[in-house]
Design a binder for this molecule. Structure first.
Ligand code: NAD
Ligand code: ISE
Length: 339
C-alpha cells in the first residue's frame, strides 16, 4: 500500500519532509498540501504532483489523504492534530505537539477516547544512530546505573526573532525528549542559570544558558544551550555511569592533515546533522501507517511531557534561576502508565 500523506505547512521543514517522503522513503507519496500562504502551497504541491487545498480541515477531511503531516507554526499544531485524531487519521506532528500543556492534554484525551495511538511527535533524535547506540549501552547495563549526563546544544547563530525562552522551548526541548527516552526516567525539576552573555548575540537574548535537570531516579543533567557559538551546529552528550561512560559520537567526517594541522568539518545546521535520523523517522512512521500499526516513535504523552518540562525551565529562567518542580499528570495506560 502506498500511504497518501497530506502536508499542513509548506515552509522550511515542511518542504524538507516533502522531499524526504518523495525521494528517501518508499511506500509514501504526498497527495495534498496546504499552507496559509496559498501561493506557496500551490507551488510546492505542483512540484510533487499533489493537490493544493485551502485549509488544514479540508486536507484532513480529504479522501485522498490517509495520514497527516503537521509542519505549520507551533501555535497551530494543536488544532490540526486534534482534527486528525477526531477523523481517526494517523498524524505526524513536528515539535512542539502544542505550545501549552493544556492543549497537549486535550490531544492525549482525544487519543485515549479513540482507544489507540494515532499521534507521533517529531523528536528525531530517537532515530539517530549514535543516540540509538548510546541507548543500547545504557540498557545493557555495561556502564552500570547512570549518574550524571553532560550535554551541549550549540547552533552557530539565530535570527533576531529568537527569544530567550526559545532556548528551552525550541532548542533544549530536543535534549529533554531524548534524555527521558535514553534514561527511561522522568525529569522532575529544572533550573536555568545564565553565565556571562556572548557579545555575538542580539541584545535582548540571554545566551548561553545552562540548564540543570534532575530525574526521578536522581540522575543530574547539565545542558549548555549556546545558540550563537559561531563555529557550527554541535550536539554533545555524555552519560557517566557507576562503571564507565558512554559518549555520543560526532558525525563521521574525513580528517585532513596538512601544514602541521589536523582538521575535520563540523556540521553547520540541524538539517545536515540529523538528515539520516529524519529519514529513519519517516521510514519507520510510514511503515507503521502502511501496516495499520500504532506508531512506535515519540507519543502524544511524550509531547505533553516535553511541554511541561520546558514550561518549568522557562519559569526558572524568568524567576532568575530558581529550581522549579515539574508538575506532570499521571501517565495513562495507553502510554505505558498506570492511570
Ligand atoms: P516555517 O515558518 O518555515 O514554515 C511554517 C509554514 O507553516 C509557513 O509556510 C506558514 O505559512 C505555514 N502555516 C502557519 N500556520 C498555518 C496553518 N494554520 N495552516 C497551514 N499552514 C500554516 O517554519 P519551520 O521552520 O518550517 O518550522 C515549522 C515547525 O517545525 C515548527 O513547529 C518548528 O518548531 C518545527 N521544526 C522542527 C525541527 C526539528 O529539528 N525537528 C527543526 C525546525 C523546525
Ligand atoms: C530548531 O527549531 C530545531 O528544532 C533544531 O533541531 C534545534 O537545534 C534548533 O536550536 C531549533 O531552533
Amino acid at each position: 500500500m502506498t500511504v497518501r500523506v497530506g502536508v499542513i505547512g509548506a515552509g522550511m521543514i515542511g518542504q524538507d519532509h516533502i522531499r524526504r517522503l518523495t525521494g528517501a522513503v518508499t511506500g509514501a507519496r504526498v497527495s495534498a498540501v496546504t499552507d496559509i500562504d496559498q501561493a506557496r502551497a500551490a507551488e510546492v504541491a505542483a512540484r510533487v504532483g499533489a493537490g493544493a487545498l485551502p485549509t488544514g480541515a479540508d486536507l484532513i477531511a480529504s479522501p485522498e489523504v490517509d495520514a497527516v503531516l503537521v509542519t505549520s507554526w507551533g501555535p497551530t499544531h494543536a488544532e490540526h492534530v486534534l482534527n486528525a485524531v477526531t477523523a481517526g487519521k494517523p498524524v505526524f506532528c513536528e515539535k512542539p505537539l502544542a505550545t501549552t500543556a493544556e492543549d497537549c492534554l486535550r490531544i492525549v484525551e482525544a487519543e485515549r477516547a479513540h482507544g489507540r495511538r494515532l499521534v507521533q511527535v517529531g523528536f528525531m533524535r530517537r532515530f539517530d544512530v549514535g543516540y540509538r547506540q548510546m541507548k543500547e549501552v545504557l540498557t545493557s547495563g555495561s556502564i552500570g546505573a547512570p549518574l550524571i549526563v553532560h550535554c551541549a546544544h550549540r547552533n552557530p547563530t539565530v535570527p533576531e526573532s529568537y527569544t530567550s525562552v526559545m532556548a528551552a522551548q525550541d532548542t533544549a526541548v530536543h535534549e529533554i525528549d531524548v534524555l527521558r527516552w535514553l534514561l527511561d526516567d522522568e525529569i522532575v525539576s529544572a533550573q536555568v542559570i545564565t553565565p556571562r552573555a556572548t557579545g555575538k548575540r542580539f541584545a535582548h537574548l540571554k545566551d548561553p544558558q545552562i540548564m540543570l535537570f534532575e530525574t526521578a531516579n536522581g540522575v543530574r543533567v547539565d545542558l549548555e544551550v549556546f545558540v550563537n557559538c559561531q563555529y557550527g551546529y554541535d550536539i554533545q552528550c555524555e552519560t557517566v555511569g557507576e562503571e564507565g561512560l558512554v559518549r555520543l559520537p560526532d558525525p563521521a567526517a574525513v580528517g585532513v592533515r596538512t601544514a602541521g594541522h589536523h582538521e575535520s568539518a563540523v556540521p553547520q545546521d540541524w538539517k545536515g546533522r540529523f538528515a539520516d535520523a529524519f529519514d529513519a523517522e519517516f521510514r519507520e512512521w510510514i511503515a507503521a501507517v502502511a501496516t495499520g500499526s500504532e506508531p512506535t516513535g515519540p507519543s502524544a504523552w511524550d509531547g505533553y511531557a516535553a511541554t511541561v518540562i520546558t514550561d518549568a525551565a522557562v519559569r526558572s529562567l524568568e524567576s532568575g534561576g530558581t529550581v522549579v518542580t515539574v508538575d506532570m499528570k499521571p501517565r495513562p495506560a495507553l502510554y505505558g502508565g498506570a492511570a
